[in-house]
Design a protein around this ligand. Structure first.
Ligand SMILES: [Zn+2]
Length: 1023
């Protein structure tokens, strides 16, 4: 799915494919969750089946108690637009309109149209209304997504007036976009002089989507999944790259194609309208009805037919650039087998989810045991699992990081494992564990529940599945339990979908040294060809167009047409979270500070313990991230890692350890370090859960688990290395800031390029025994009550039991461990690696740049920190967005305020010079005062929007517990935010951005510029 990330900070919903992944143990999404206090559900939705309101007729009403919601299906009589309303006591209301948009080629028409429809519409003729609305709204989410066969435009907000404003802008954008040629050139592709002001400079291909897709397809995982899908669906719409394959974008797309596609697809007759939350449905009808009424019915031929089935299996080999970060140069092949499944109804889809999950998910699954533990590769291929984003779902499994010569063995292992599973079936407890995870995902209310539902339902819905059937999970669970009692059920399932299924693809990807060069050469050749056919007249036109675009980018847009919320609409007082703080006494005489936060958690308990790691010896600190990630997966107490993994799924919503670095709020030279344990579970499983925690903290298996550790290390490293192309700006910022404070240095050690280098060494190392002894030593320094403080979030009924169980857990910990004197290393100050290079170029396997520049800043309690927040928001939205994204063609860019540092960054940047120039000019923009009062107001709104995001009951009170922010400090900061004015911004600019002597610049790039940088003054190249 190609998601337009209109702002980098909103990209968090990336992983909100809630239902798609709900059966897997990956509960990361549940961390930033949600909630809402009033999970009662009323089935009175104010309408009746058969009734017609504002031109909409109600087709069905269904109450789904297990999800605390009522689903209402309706249709707009005149146009045939279909709609689904989910009534639920949740004030984070969602709207989404989606269209069926199966592409006929890889020109990216749907993706470019998604972008261009946001470049101005009839009623709102201003560029990028989404981005502009971001700072005029309290939206909790705004974006647009292009999937394989649909395009959707979702938003969410907690403010009813805001909802109306956004709804109006969204509907005008999709139904009446301007689709001007200039916008197409800007967003799609164009020829332009390298320097648009200089006619004598060479012509180049430019364009937002063109660059975005070059970047996306340089991500090895994306490239693999994209080429795999193309190979599994030849001759079908899914055989195309809906985001656009760069060469096809250039050769096939112009503005007229876009206009025609819009006319035939972005029409109410081809639309799916989704509304969610506690706003009444009749209110939505009132707003949407009149807009749809102005359309006539269109017979839109957009249906995706069944995919032509193969009569025999097929094998495809594709190529990718070599991975210079690979731990083993000769192990870079990925091999997988994929099947196109059949799906008769929602229940069959449910079974596919559960049974494929049982086959591949978790360390006790048959495929994990066969493939991952074979040590032939590093991890599953990125397409592993069930993919329901296409009309008929597909299932794949494979191994990456293997030797080319091992391909036959991997194929053989996959086939044998399926055969064996058919004979053995699945252990009853594993099945229960998966069903338990389903129950948990229903109870655990996330802040993005409505949005996640929209994303999960849209794919099946555009292909005419009944979305309400997909929600009837309880009925499916019961039927599934009955079916599993049949000894042939599993066997027949795999027989039907995998064994006798001829639509089976073996897909292999191997590195090719020339891959990147070939791509660049192809583009260069095509450019030459296009340029050679240009008449002088056309060349003039290209130049004129370039100037025109530049001029347009430089004019200050008139935003007066757009609706807006005002700062005075924002609540002045902070929302106080009631917390009680007490000490718990352990049986060993220790006392542990504990925070109790009573919340409507829906019979779930969230238990957190922070262990201080400040005194951990220096040589052990780089191991802390690895320690946290592997500890719950090594095996503990009487259970090996498989059994531990299974019990964790059977009883808990996850037991997680994470490293913690907290900057001091008054002094940037100080910080604290810790490890946080988080356990979530249904109240009825509390006792089991604390027992598991106790085993993990006290009795983890550091002996005889070398092989297991090696597997985990390889997986962790390959995850991290793969994340660079997606999160390069994060790595660039972290590295640039690393020399500014101790806190930033530790952030680099824990999660920056330094950690990647460290992990790479561990992944190359054969002797895992040494690592295990380091981890054991770490555990002995960390897990004791003298180091600990705790927090519980539970509802009023569960709180008592939670306290008792927490005490039980604390009683199992020593109050202090004797420090192992005689330990050779000193435990003094950690001697950090040197991060002192002023300007550093980091060559990595990416094909775009990430450019960061950092300077030291102030602690968060400082009186200027509110001003700096508004300043970064203003500068990012008004200046850097224009310069770095619109003019330079990067995917994003801005100034971010970290804890104690300020960092400019660009994301997927085709260049770096113009970007660095923009950074240098940024302070001048702020000093010149070339922005209005309302720009300052908008910047404030953006800050409040981030600050007032909904927080789940399970996470309430954490800013106090983790970061030590008092209610007084929060209120003081809020008051200061309201008070920021232009004068304050100018003063802060002079104070914090002008004439800095401590600037550090880091560029992560593809390496081809390394020689240029070598010759440039002051630059170092990272080895
Ligand atoms: Zn995009």
């Amino acid at each position: 799915m190609w998601r337009t990330i209109h702002t980098v900070q909103q990209s968090a919903v990336r992983s909100s494919l809630l239902l798609r992944r709900w059966a897997s143990s990956n509960t990361a999404a549940a961390q930033n969750t949600t909630a809402h206090a009033r999970i009662s559900h009323h089935s009175d939705v104010g309408v009746k089946v058969g009734e017609t309101v504002n031109g909409f007729t109600i087709k069905g009403i269904e109450s789904i108690p297990e999800l605390s919601l009522t689903a209402v299906q309706h249709v707009h009589d005149k146009t045939g637009a279909v709609g689904l309303h989910i009534a639920r006591a949740d004030d984070n209301n969602v709207f989404s309109i989606g269209f069926r948009t199966p592409p006929e080629d890889s020109s990216g028409v749907t993706h470019v149209l998604e972008h261009v429809s946001l470049c101005g519409s009839e009623k709102y003729p201003c560029r990028d209304p989404f981005f502009k609305m971001l700072s005029r709204s309290m939206a909790t989410y705004m974006n647009a997504w292009t999937a394989s066969d649909y395009t959707m435009y979702p938003f969410s907000t907690q403010n009813a007036n805001d909802y109306n404003n956004l709804l109006d802008v969204y509907l005008d954008a999709v139904l009446h976009p301007s689709i001007r040629e200039l916008d197409f050139l800007q967003e799609g592709w164009r020829l332009e002089n390298e320097n648009p002001n200089d006619k004598s400079t060479d012509l180049q291909f430019k364009g937002v989507v063109f660059n975005e897709m070059k970047g996306a397809l340089s991500d090895p995982d994306r490239l693999f999944c994209t080429r795999f899908q193309q190979a599994l669906f030849p001759g079908s719409t899914y055989g195309n790259v809906s985001g656009g394959d760069p060469p096809s974008i250039l050769s096939k797309l112009d503005v007229n194609v876009l206009r025609e596609f819009h006319r035939t697809h972005y029409h109410p007759s081809n639309a799916r309208v989704y509304t969610y939350g506690d706003l009444p449905l009749t209110r939505h009808f009132e707003s949407i009805g009149p807009l749809f009424d102005s359309f006539d019915k269109l017979v839109a031929d957009t249906e995706v037919g069944p995919v032509p089935r193969w009569t025999e299996p097929c094998e495809v080999i594709a190529h990718c650039p070599p991975d210079t970060m690979a731990a083993h140069a000769d192990r870079q092949t990925k091999a997988s087998i994929g099947w196109l499944l059949q799906k008769e109804d929602a229940y069959e889809g449910f079974c596919q989810r559960i049974l494929t999950s049982l086959l591949v998910d978790g360390s006790s699954s048959p495929m994990y045991i066969a493939l991952i533990e074979s040590q032939l590769g590093s991890d599953y291929t990125p397409n592993t699992g069930l993919d329901t984003s296409t009309r008929e779902p597909s299932f794949s499994v494979g191994l990456q990081g293997i030797k080319e010569s091992d391909i036959p063995m991997v194929k053989d292992m996959i086939e044998k494992t399926i055969q064996k599973t058919m004979e053995d079936g699945f252990e009853a407890e594993r099945v229960e564990a998966v069903l338990h995870q389903i129950e948990l995902s229903q109870r655990d209310q996330t802040t993005s529940f409505g949005l996640g539902l929209a994303a999960a339902l849209m794919g099946p819905w555009v292909n005419d599945c009944d979305p309400v059937e997909l929600l009837q999970i309880q009925a499916h669970v019961e039927r599934f339990r009955t079916d599993m009692a049949d000894p042939y059920f599993v066997k027949n399932f795999f027989e039907r979908h995998l064994i006798s299924n001829q639509h089976r693809l073996t897909f292999i990807m191997t590195p090719d040294e020339k891959f990147t060069n070939n791509l660049a050469q192809q583009e260069a050749d095509y450019l030459k060809e296009v340029v050679s056919t240009l008449s002088d007249e056309s060349r003039d036109r290209v130049y004129e167009q370039g100037l025109q675009l530049l001029k347009e980018q430089e004019t200050t847009p008139d935003l007066s047409c757009l609706p807006t919320l005002r700062v005075e609409d924002i609540e002045r007082k902070i929302h106080q979270v009631a917390r009680e703080k007490r000490s718990l006494s352990t049986s060993k005489g220790a006392s542990v500070d504990t925070q109790f936060c009573e919340q409507p958690t829906n019979q779930m308990t969230y238990m957190r313990t922070i262990f201080n790691t400040q005194n951990v010896p220096a040589h052990l600190k780089p191991y802390i991230p690895l320690f946290c990630s592997v500890l719950p997966s090594l095996g503990a107490g009487s259970r090996d890692y498989r059994e531990l993994g299974q019990k964790t799924k059977l009883w808990t919503g996850g037991i997680r350890l994470s490293p913690l670095l907290v900057q001091d709020r008054n002094d940037t030279s100080k910080h604290s370090e810790g490890i946080m344990l988080l356990a979530r579970c249904l109240d009825r499983n509390l006792e089991h859960t604390t027992s598991l925690c106790s085993d993990i903290l006290n009795e983890s298996h550091f002996d005889g688990t070398e092989q297991r550790l090696y597997t985990l290390v390889k997986m962790a490293y390959s995850d991290m290395a793969n994340s660079v192309s997606d999160a390069g700006h994060h790595f660039a910022i972290t590295r640039a800031a690393a020399s500014l404070t101790q806190y930033d240095a530790m952030t680099e050690v824990y999660g920056g390029l330094t950690q990647i280098d460290f992990m790479r060494k561990l992944a190359e190392q054969q002797d895992q025994q040494e690592i295990l002894s380091k981890l054991r030593e770490l555990a002995s320094h960390v897990f004791m009550t003298s180091n600990a403080r705790c927090a519980i979030n539970a509802d009023s009924i569960g709180m008592r039991a939670a306290e008792t169980q927490l005490e039980r857990l604390l009683n199992t910990l020593p109050s202090d461990r004797p420090t192992q004197s005689g330990s050779n290393e000193s435990s003094g100050e950690y001697s950090l690696p040197s991060f002192n290079q002023e300007k550093l170029y980091v060559p990595l396997p990416v094909n775009v740049n990430f450019v960061a520049k950092s300077v030291a800043s102030i602690p968060s309690n400082h009186e200027d920190s509110a001003t700096l927040q508004v300043l970064t928001s203003l500068l990012s939205a008004k200046f850097l967005h224009r310069e770095v994204r619109e003019k330079n063609g990067a995917y994003g860019g801005g100034l971010s305020a970290g804890s104690g540092s300020l960092s400019y960054y660009s994301y997927r940047d085709p260049g770096f010079e113009a970007t660095l120039k923009a950074y240098n000019e940024a302070p001048q923009y702020l000093l010149s005062g070339d922005y209005s009062e309302s720009d300052v107001e908008e910047a404030k709104l953006t800050v409040f929007q981030r600050m007032d995001k909904p927080v789940s009951p399970g996470s309430k009170g954490m800013s106090g517990f983790v970061y030590g922010v008092s209610n007084e400090a929060r209120q003081r900061h809020r008051d200061r935010l309201f008070a920021v004015d232009r004068e304050a911004l100018v003063q802060a600019t002079n104070k914090y951005l002008v004439n800095r002597q401590d600037e550090k610049t880091v560029i992560i790039g593809p390496g081809e510029d390394a020689q240029t940088f070598e010759k440039m003054d002051g630059w170092s190249i990272k080895a």
